[in-house]
Design a protein around this ligand. Sequence first.
Ligand code: FES
Length: 159
Amino acid sequence: MSSEALNPELNPPHSSRRDSLIKIGTGLVAACYAGAAGYPVYRYLSTPVTRANEQGQVSTVSIPLKDLPGAGSATMFLFGSRPALLIHHADGRYVSFDAVCTHLGCTVKFEPRNSRIFCACHGGTYDMNTGAVIAGPPPRGLTNFKVEVADGHVTVSRA
Ligand code: FES
């Protein structure tokens, strides 16, 4: 055996392999943290573009009346890739809104007991007839869809 093979400076023991694994592990953890912190920022910044793209894909959704709940309740459905809300008011009217809160994008829900559409994330409150903001941080009302009832179906389309 040569003297070079036994020289610890030329042939370091297991610690160099352990150091490499620690560096790789630290890099992976840092990448995960960067992804976890960066994704919400990316989502917030890209929301207007994403919204515009998504709204251009589907313009009409038709739902059979037999699949809908009775008056005084609401149902959620997908309008393209976005959640939407169809409210069947006690007086028989149907109204429909984009169900993505205009504040930071949480999904809103209809609260018939409180006669409102509510976002639980930060308390955003919308009018159940118009989608206008009543209280909380949302900067604007919910997008209002056109609703038609005919031939046993409720058809929701972009107004
Ligand atoms: S996301 Fe709806 S109130 Fe903040």
